[in-house]
Design a protein around this ligand. Structure first.
Ligand code: NHW
Length: 398
């Protein structure tokens, strides 16, 4: 992209008007960490929704309603994020969407849709959920913004900026002035840029569908052997997390996340929501010392399949995404190898991880390979020192 090139900076008609780090400020160390703009009095926040093109209307999506959840699911299934070569498209499940959106203290008004006025068809979507995110030594109330989607037939009509302004307005109405989000595209200005790594669990299928290729001087059978995993986990005391583990996991996680520059500020209710296992949504395991029953290590991943576009034999790629992992006694690589083993048992095809937190320490040893996609992390209306490394980031967005 031209964005990184000093003399050929891409213009961003919308983002240049927003309180986000601007390209011209990169490397200006006189700017302190903190809000870019101060909050306005709540009475000054615009009371009416932004205008849409006349054929469309706003709708608040009630994710408790089966019917609405189905509509959102289908909009995303057919129109959400694809890879650069348009071979795969994220296929978030309904259960996943409910989990991601009905978080502790959520606002229904932040689950925003756009419908065609005459047909009532859902054609666009954007969401926010509340979160406390710590940036250096300050815990800031934020919205995590996700699932921005405009129907393929309505692209490039500047609808996305209207959706973003509307979610911003509704976040402001709750007296929240900051947000966190990730995207595959470069806009002003990432706080850091991460890379996805992929660990094949079912190499034959991954090669058959074009997700990966046979390595040089490799045969299929050598490849299958290379990625083979033991049938059962190796760490003594490794077991599934349960509800009763929430206090211990919260302590473990809070202590671990305190070392990163940007990380969620998890309380017990957050850990209960985000990390207690839910079938086909999120898996969490921990190590309970067989001696004193102390919880010493923790690992988790979430389930996000992708539709395989235009393959005769396979329609979905079952992918696990590394979530939050903490090691205090078990070496992190051993813990993650056990996570790979359970993911394999659960018939995932691939295990994905970003190069954030301490993930780099195990990626190569556990035979993850670098992907081509990058993921950029952003904060809205909050400045952080530029030059943060992925390994200094402790936040995973879905
Ligand atoms: S990233 C996933 C985004 N979704 C997809 O990629 C799905 C497939 N694509 C689409 O549906 C995870 C459309 O292409 C979308 C753009 C809707 C992406 N983030 O309507 P126009 C998230 O959901 C800017 C931010 O003509 P379009 C995070 C673009 O740079 N901005 O484009 C979402 C340009 O502005 P510029 C994005 O292709 C975070 C303008 O949109 C963007 O028809 C949102 C063009 O608009 C992206 N991913 O629709 C921000 N993609 O200035 C939250 C494009 O460059 C901010 N754009 O001219 C915080 C708000 C809350 C604050 C609270 C205080």
């Amino acid at each position: 992209s031209l964005d990184d090139d000093n003399n050929n900076i891409k213009r961003h008609k919308f983002w240049e008007t927003q309180p986000v780090g601007q390209y011209k400020d990169v490397g200006d160390f006189s700017l302190a960490d903190g809000p870019i703009e101060l909050p306005t009095p709540l009475s000054d926040v615009k009371q009416e929704p932004y205008n849409l093109p006349t054929a469309y209307e706003w709708t608040t999506c009630d994710m408790d309603s089966q019917e609405t959840c189905d509509e959102v699911y289908l909009l995303l299934m057919n129109n959400y994020v694809e890879d650069d070569e348009n071979m795969f498209r994220f296929n978030y499940s309904k259960e996943f969407l409910r989990w991601a959106l009905r978080v502790p203290g959520y606002y229904r008004s932040w689950h925003i849709g756009v419908r065609a006025k005459t047909s009532k068809k859902l054609v666009a979507f954007i969401t926010g959920v509340p979160a406390r995110i710590r940036v250096n030594d300050k815990v800031v109330k934020m919205a995590e913004v996700n699932f921005l989607c405009v129907h393929k037939k309505l692209r490039s009509k500047r609808l996305a900026p209207v959706l973003i302004k509307e979610v911003t307005r509704r976040v402001h109405l709750e007296n929240i002035w900051q947000a966190a989000y990730t995207a595959g595209v470069v806009i002003p200005t990432p706080i850091t840029t991460c890379q996805y790594w992929h660990r094949s669990l079912n190499p034959k299928k991954l090669i058959d569908v074009g997700f990966s290729r046979l390595g040089a001087r490799m045969t299929m059978s050598r490849t299958i052997k290379l990625y083979k995993l033991p049938d059962s986990t190796v760490t003594p005391g490794f077991r599934k997390m349960e509800l009763r583990d929430v206090p211990a996991v919260t302590r473990l996680l809070r202590n671990y996340l305190s070392q990163f520059i940007v990380a969620p500020d998890f309380h017990e209710d957050d850990v209960e929501h985000w990390l207690v296992p839910r079938d086909n949504v999120v898996d969490s395991y921990l190590v309970e010392s067989p001696k004193n029953h102390e919880i010493t290590d923790f690992c988790s991943f979430y389930t996000l399949p992708s539709s395989i576009l235009g393959n005769q034999t396979h329609s979905t790629l079952k992918a696990a995404y590394s979530y939050y992992n903490v090691s205090t006694k078990t070496p992190l690589a051993q813990l993650m190898n056990d996570a790979l083993i359970v993911a394999k048992q659960k018939e995932f095809d691939v295990f994905n991880a970003l190069d954030i937190m301490h993930n780099e320490s195990f990626l190569k040893d556990l035979k993850f390979g670098p992907g081509d996609g990058q993921l950029h992390y952003y904060l809205y209306n909050y400045r952080v020192r530029s030059g943060m490394k992925p390994s200094e980031l402790g936040l995973v967005l879905l």
